[in-house]
Every structure is written in C-alpha cells, then in structure tokens.
Ligand binder design. Structure first.
Ligand code: GDP
Length: 310
C-alpha cells in the first residue's frame, strides 16, 4: 500500500503514461517520487539500472517506460520495438526484484491479445492464437514482460503485477505525424489542414477498424488503485469497454479541431487489427471505472497540443 512518504520510482515519467502517473501521485500527496530522465539513466543499460536501484532503493515501481509508436512506426522499426522493450523490462523488473522493491506495476498493451480474439477481450485470451502482424514485435516484448513478472512471483515471491491498457490518449503524447498513434496523428493532421485551408485531409487505412480509447488520467487512476489493491499473477485489463470506428473518430476529430473540409481514406496504409475492445469486468469488480468523457478528453488534449505546438 502506497504511503505519503513511500519512495516511488516512475520509470518513463516524461512520457504519456509516466507523466500522468506522476501527476496523479502528486495530487494524492505522494512527495517522494524518484524520476530519472533519459540523460540521467539509460533504462536499456542493465548495469546502470541496477546501480540506480542499489542507490535509490525504490519501494514501489511503475514501469511506464517503453519504446512505443503507432502502426507505421511498429512495422518500420520491428527490431527496436522488440529489442529495446525486452532490455528495458528485464533491467527494471530484475533490479526491482533484487533490491527489495515491495511492489511493481508493469504496463502491457491490448495488442498482446490474438488478432482474432473474441470481443470484448477477456484476460484469459492471452496466447490463445496468432498476433496481429503489424505490432507483433512490440506485443512479443510485452508478453515476455508479463511472463517475467509472473516468473519472479512464482520463483522469488516478488509482488509484480501486469496491467493491460487499451489505446491511450492525452497530454504529453507524441504528435509526430509518421510515428504517432492515431489520435495525436489525426489531431495534428486535421489542425494543420484547418490552418492551411486544405480542401481534404487524409486518414490512414479504410476507416473501418474499431478502437477503444482511454484518457491517460483515467489509466493513472486505475494504476494507483491496482498498486494498492491488486496482487495477483493474472493480468488485468484497463479500458472503457466501448469502441468506435476510425471513420467515426475522424468525424469527432474534425469537430474538435474545427476542420470543415473533406475526409479521405488512404487504403495503401495498414488497418491493423479489425477490432480490439477490452472486457473490463475484472477491474470494475475492484471498484474502478473510467470517468473522462471521450469528447471532453479529446478537446482538452487538442488544447494541450495547441499550447505546446512548436
Ligand atoms: P494500433 O491500434 O496498434 O493499430 O495503432 P494506431 O493508433 O497507430 O492505429 C489505429 C488505427 O488508426 C489503424 O487502423 C490506422 O490505420 C488508423 N489511422 C488512421 N489515421 C491514422 C494516423 O494518422 N496515424 C495512425 N497512427 N493511425 C491512423
């Protein structure tokens, strides 16, 4: 159980997820946050990570650091998505286990589930079938992380848990037009189309895939609850349980950004998984549910982007 004075290490505190966890912890009055930027600690360097843990002795760890990216980045840099994530996870989880960390939360992803999983996806479908090829490299790394946490629990009684968030959005996301996920990618493209007065804006793929979107502040709230209340080797989903098509998303992004032109679909770009909506019965039973309305969260994220662009 987190106490106000607990020494908490948020690995990846500048990213979308890590920054939301740090915000939430500060709101709750946790002052002893250990944060180490990339320049201070290279998380792919197991020796440096081990030294950091020996010196700082974090009692609680949120492992939110990962090499992440959208559908195009994943299929363009498969080696980085596989190897860097394996290294980060192994370094941080092993150092936590060896240096007396009381509890660790590992972050997976909804893409670890089989491409043809029964929807909404229950946790027991992990490894029940082949993966979606566009993000299999990232998914395999994340599955290895889940297994490492489970193995340390079985062999060393280490209290590591693994949460599976759905597609996330919010402030501090990566808005790079090529490497980003769909929401930041679309917000930027629609924003630029509005400013330039472009008659049409292009969305990747057919528009028919369905995605579930969770605001990262809702995720952070769930992760703190799981740190305090969940201690089990079984993975646990974190999502909204609801999804929309990419074409519907594009319509909402057009409204939020104030873009009035046409929306075109570039079917030469990959669609990825047809659908991946999570079943969230398990986390609901612990008393958690998402609070942030999608349009409200999206409008707030767009304002954040406008304030931070350039
Ligand atoms: P995924 O959930 O792992 O497939 O990751 P993404 O967030 O990258 O993509 C989600 C879906 O949005 C895919 O079907 C993409 O083809 C579609 N999409 C449409 N426009 C964009 C865009 O501008 N960027 C990204 N990344 N995806 C887009």
């Amino acid at each position: 159980m987190l106490k106000p004075e607990s020494r908490i290490f948020v690995a990846g505190h500048r990213g979308l997820v890590g920054s939301a966890i740090s915000r939430r912890l500060r709101e709750l009055g946790h002052g002893a946050l250990l944060e180490a930027g990339r320049e201070a600690l290279d998380l792919t360097d197991a020796v440096a990570v081990s030294d950091f843990f020996e010196k700082e002795r974090p009692e609680f760890v949120f492992l939110a650091a990962a090499k992440v990216g959208g559908i195009l980045a994943n299929s363009t840099y498969p080696a980085e998505f596989l190897a860097q994530n394996l290294r980060i996870q192994d370094a941080v989880i092993t150092a936590a286990m060896r240096n007396g960390t009381e509890k660790l939360v590992f972050l997976g992803s909804s893409c670890i589930y089989p491409r043809d999983a029964v929807q909404p996806i229950t946790e027991d479908q992990l490894l029940a079938g082949p993966l979606e090829p566009t993000n299999q490299w990232y998914a395999i790394a994340k599955i290895a992380g889940i297994k490492l946490v489970q193995a340390y629990r079985q062999q060393h009684d280490f209290a590591g848990i693994a949460a599976m968030p759905t597609n996330l959005y919010g402030p501090n996301d990566n808005f790079d037009p090529e490497g980003s996920h769909v929401i930041p990618g679309m917000l930027r493209r629609f924003h630029e189309a509005k400013l330039s007065g472009a008659p049409s804006v292009t969305v990747w793929g057919s528009g028919t895939p369905k995605r579930e979107f969770l605001h990262v502040d809702d995720l952070a709230d769930a992760l703190v609850l799981l740190m305090n209340r969940y201690d089990n080797s079984e993975i646990i989903n974190v999502g909204t349980g609801e999804d929309i098509t990419i074409a519907e998303l594009a319509q909402i992004v057009a409204e939020v950004t104030g873009y009035a032109g046409e929306i075109a679909f570039d079917t030469s770009k990959p669609d990825g998984a047809p659908r991946k909506v999570l079943n969230i019965d398990k986390i609901r039973a612990l008393g958690w549910q998402p609070k942030i309305d999608f349009r409200t969260g999206l409008a707030e994220t767009y304002r954040w982007y406008c304030d931070h662009v350039d």
